[in-house]
Design a protein around this ligand. Structure first.
Ligand code: ATP
Ligand code: MG
Length: 197
């Protein structure tokens, strides 16, 4: 499961757990994205802070793990590169790429789409505000290569959390307490420019 995780929240965690349960996956690997060198405004928190928050959030779930593949690679993160890296680490594994229903709809603009479909099954998890029908249509266009998970989902976004924190409303219950403590300690998301809201 890739993402900026800026910050990670309960919507990500529930989506990952629901996909794992529905598809009987052995492991969900969270892959925080790298920081594009020429787009410093793309993420609010640094790659290391996003990594640290993700690590805190997944603690206690034996079926969750984290990868530094995209952070170490740096620059823009391409899913095909990440899947090849996963293939090298988990040699005999069947790979699934978990996204929310919003992210999968952008598949048309991803690099090396055919290679991605060769390497993995795309998984789209329900996300409030996004239609199943659009995802089903995409799945048909791609010859059935999208597995749609229609289960409980939470109406939480990292953008919403960044806005709440910038306004001083806090993020209690939207993300684990350990992540909130980290955000407070590192003084993250206290002031945001308009672009990140
Ligand atoms: P932002 O608001 O900054 O875009 P986000 O909440 O969308 O943040 P991302 O890091 O962009 O989080 O998302 C990583 C992946 O998790 C994407 O595939 C996205 O669709 C999925 N995702 C994020 N939030 C949810 C949610 N509440 N339910 C299901 N999937 C989600
Ligand atoms: Mg997003």
């Amino acid at each position: 499961m890739g993402g900026t995780f800026d910050p990670i929240h309960c919507g990500h965690l529930l989506a990952a757990e629901e996909a794992r349960r529905e598809l009987a996956l052995d492991l969900v690997v969270f892959v925080p994205s790298g920081t594009p060198p020429h787009r410093s405004g793309a993420c609010s928190a640094s790659a290391e802070d996003r990594y640290a928050m993700t690590l805190l959030a997944i603690a206690g779930n034996d079926h969750f793990d984290i990868s530094r593949a995209e952070i170490e690679r740096g620059g823009v993160s391409y899913t095909a590169d990440t899947l090849r890296a996963m293939r090298d680490v988990y040699e005999d594994a069947e790979l699934f790429f978990i996204t929310g229903a919003d992210a999968v709809l952008e598949f048309g603009s991803w690099r090396e789409p055919r290679e991605i479909l060769r390497l993995c099954t795309l998984v789209a998890v329900a996300r409030p505000g996004y239609d199943y029908e659009d995802v089903e249509r995409l799945g048909e266009e791609l010859g059935g290569a999208v597995s749609l998970i229609k289960t409980s989902s939470l109406d939480i976004s990292a953008t919403g959390i960044r806005n709440r924190l910038a306004d001083g409303r806090g993020a209690k219950y939207l993300t684990p307490g350990t992540v909130i403590d980290y955000i407070k300690k590192k003084n993250l998301y206290t002031a945001l420019d308009g672009e990140l809201r």
